[in-house]
Design a protein around this ligand. Structure first.
Ligand code: PEP
Ligand code: MN
Length: 363
């Protein structure tokens, strides 16, 4: 048994983390001047909204012979750029060596990238190297849509005593071609939130979208779902970036995005929460009622099953089914439900009902 996964809230990280926690900076650190000018422009254009600077110095690339990051030499560039504007900095680490180099260079926050989270061995080695170190760690979801692997990585880091933890949602790879580079599959971070409500979640619209046009919409969706922050790749000259050129935005565009986003208060901190809770408990009561009614309905189905069995009647009687659907459609559409929803719902109810009838026959 691993310890229950817990995390401190972002305000215990030791620097300003107002809602939403916005992290911005280039995909890769390319030079001292690129870091400085990007960070200065970010600060000049975003009115205090950006609270942390990001950059990668070791870049996990799909194919060899692409730019794999400048390496350790870039760490002081990142740190000094942050110092220049008074902001903490974060970088990606993928091995204990990276961790030691980052700590030596006083990097404030570390993140584990999507290609590393997939490997329990790699995550475990990183965890060991962090024993006794007090530093926030952000864990990107694994490339593949596997929630257990994501939680497993959070648990491994948590197990060595790191409680300044967040998850970063950067979308999941898909074999199918989609409009996204990594489709968001929001149900996964939502399920993570349900299972581990105190792990903050930061959305990375840059790696989800893969193109700069999608960033605003994805960022808004992330905030609308109540997630705690955004990580947005920002470059002084995005088209000339050495990695992820298509998805990076200029500091000016970042400023526009951040001004346009509608930020609602995070969970627990709004006066309206009491009203919201009242509405939620009404929904819960109705959901309970729906489930109780379904259980009762399936009980009757079993009685019908026994009856049909005794009297040698066929299980599925299509006229009866047509009649049920017709009644439901008439009533439901009048009440504002869509035809599609009613049909799907009743198909499921019907399937479950047949299973219950078969169950009594099999006895
Ligand atoms: C990155 O943040 O630049 C990066 C490599 O991200 P990911 O691990 O999400 O692909
Ligand atoms: Mn990137």
């Amino acid at each position: 048994m691993t310890n229950p996964l817990t995390a401190t809230t972002l305000d215990n990280w030791g620097f300003r983390t107002e809602h939403p926690l916005v992290i911005a900076g280039p995909c890769s650190a390319e030079g001292e001047e690129q870091m400085l000018s990007t960070v200065r422009e970010i600060v000049a254009n975003t009115n205090g909204k950006v609270q942390m600077i990001r950059a990668g110095v070791w870049k996990p690339r799909t194919r060899p012979n692409s730019f794999e990051g400048v390496g350790e030499i870039g760490l002081p560039w990142v740190k000094n750029a942050g110092r220049e504007v008074g902001l903490p900095v974060c970088i990606e680490i993928a091995s204990p060596e990276h961790v030691y180099a980052a700590l030596k260079n006083e990097i404030d926050v570390l993140w584990i990238g999507a290609r590393t989270t997939v490997s329990p061995f790699a995550v475990q080695e990183i965890a060991e190297s962090l024993k006794g170190v007090d530093i926030p760690v952000m864990i990107k979801n694994p490339v593949n849509p596997d929630l257990e692997l994501w939680i497993g990585a959070l648990e491994r880091i948590h197990a060595v005593g790191i409680i300044k933890l967040t998850a970063v949602h950067r979308g999941f790879s898909s074999y199918q071609k989609t409009m996204y580079r990594n489709p968001p599959m929001w149900e996964l971070p939502i399920e993570l939130r349900r299972r581990h409500p105190d792990i903050p979640i930061i959305v990375d619209p840059s790696h989800i979208g893969g193109t700069r046009d999608l960033i605003y919409t994805l960022a808004q969706q992330g905030l609308d779902m109540g997630f705690e922050g955004l990580m947005i790749e920002t470059h002084i000259n995005p088209d000339k970036a050495w990695s992820d050129a298509k998805q990076q935005v200029t500091p000016e565009r970042l400023g526009e995005i951040l001004t346009t986003l509608i930020v609602r208060q995070p969970k627990n901190s709004i006066d309206a929460l009491a009203d919201l809770n009242e509405l939620r408990s009404r929904v819960d009561r109705i959901d309970d009622y729906i489930i109780e009614l379904m259980c009762e309905r399936m009980g009757i189905s079993e009685e019908i099953g026994s009856f049909k069995n005794e009297h040698q009647l066929t299980l599925h009687q299509s006229e009866r089914w047509a009649q049920i659907v017709k009644r439901a459609l008439a009533k439901g559409t009048t009440g504002g439900l869509t035809e599609e929803f009613i049909l799907k719902l009743f198909q499921q109810i019907h399937n479950e009902s047949i299973r219950h009838q078969e169950k009594v026959i099999a006895k």
